[in-house]
Write a protein that binds this ligand. Structure first.
Ligand code: UDP
Length: 330
């Protein structure tokens, strides 16, 4: 089976491409390299440099590569940025996704997996969020993903497209070969590790006056390899119907707990400062992943925060410059 992976040069897309190839799938990566890295694309994957803003380019890619399924990772994905630049999300994420869906429907692609987000749930009332929780996107980013979930619903009804929507909580960690390298970096764990490595002076905690035990935000960190595994399971399960799953470890850690764990893993002091809250950040986001556990037998292989941070630390130490100047590799 062949999978077209949009955003396969990015963090989660490249790790998922690696896992797909390891499991015997063929992979074609479609990426505009606006945020991804060519060196992150597995050598065994076919490569198309293209932008989803161009309906023609994505149609050509589907005509040429004839995928059995599409996994759609290519999108802007920062809650905070979406509060400053809503049109980049409300317009570009949605339009690009619709261009892709249009090309899938007209090109005969019957299976589609969407990278969705916990931000669909805004600032949720319940401590642990399952798939029944009310949808109330917390930002233009979350709203853009909800628009695509609705488009999938209707394309399933009208065109028979089969889909899975995977609502990620906080992806983190690395495989042996692939890790997180954003420019600029905004995510907590890589930033904390940059402080540990001496590349950054301190980590700023975005607010310590939240209604949580230590006052800092709580998130559910899930290893990127466990996320990738969920994509493969969801793809296999599409034959039995559409899928919507929340994906996290089911355990929340505060910003201060992350910093403390990083100190233990790295042995570095890691200076912290307290700054302003970041717009769009809910106090607590923790997933219930019981549905995917029950229905697909998914279980995280790397559930411990120590394991997640340790894998990211090892990747960062092996690749202090990230993907810059790296040769293509498997
Ligand atoms: N965070 C922080 N300082 C930073 C970056 C992030 O305190 O320099 C906090 C952020 O407010 C959130 C958590 O760390 O509560 C995780 O943020 P991240 O950007 O990694 O992921 P998000 O939850 O936005 O998807």
């Amino acid at each position: 089976m062949k999978v077209l992976v949009t955003g396969g040069a990015g963090y989660i897309g490249s790790v998922t491409s690696e896992v797909l190839l390891n499991r015997g799938y063929e992979v074609a990566v479609f990426d505009n390299l606006s945020q991804g890295h060519r060196a992150a694309v597995p050598a065994d994957a076919e490569w198309v440099q293209g932008d989803l803003a161009s309906p023609q380019k994505i149609r050509e890619a589907i005509d040429q590569h004839r995928p059995d399924a599409v996994m759609h990772f290519a999108a802007r994905s920062l809650v905070g940025e979406s509060m400053d630049a809503p049109f980049a999300y409300l317009r570009d994420n949605v339009m690009n996704g619709l261009n892709l869906l249009d090309a899938c429907v007209s090109g005969g692609v019957e299976r589609f997996i969407l990278s969705s987000t916990a931000n669909l749930f805004g600032a949720p009332a319940s401590a642990v969020i399952d798939e029944q929780a009310p949808i109330a996107p917390g930002s233009p980013y979350g709203e853009s993903k909800w628009a695509l979930e609705r488009a999938l619903h209707w394309l399933s009804q009208t065109k028979g497209l089969r889909f899975a929507s995977l609502r990620y909580f906080n992806a983190a960690g690395a495989s042996e070969a692939r890790g997180e390298h954003h420019t600029p970096e905004t995510h907590l764990i890589p930033l904390v590790l940059q402080v540990a490595a001496g590349h950054r002076e301190h980590i700023t905690i975005f607010g310590d006056d939240y209604d949580t035990p230590d006052g800092t935000c709580i998130r559910d960190y899930i290893h990127v390899l466990d996320l990738a595994d969920a994509h493969v399971l969801a793809l296999q399960a599409l034959e039995q119907g559409n899928r919507v799953y929340n994906l996290g470890n089911g355990e929340g850690f505060s910003v201060r707990q992350v910093i403390e764990t990083a100190r233990a893993v790295t042995g570095a002091a890691i200076t912290e400062r307290v700054g302003q809250r970041r717009a769009g950040d809910p106090a607590r986001l923790v997933a219930s992943s019981y549905r995917i556990r029950d229905e697909l037998g998914w279980a995280p292989q790397f559930p411990a925060l120590e394991q997640i941070i340790d894998s990211a630390w090892r990747w960062q130490q092996r690749h202090p410059e990230g993907y810059i100047d790296r040769a293509l590799h498997k």
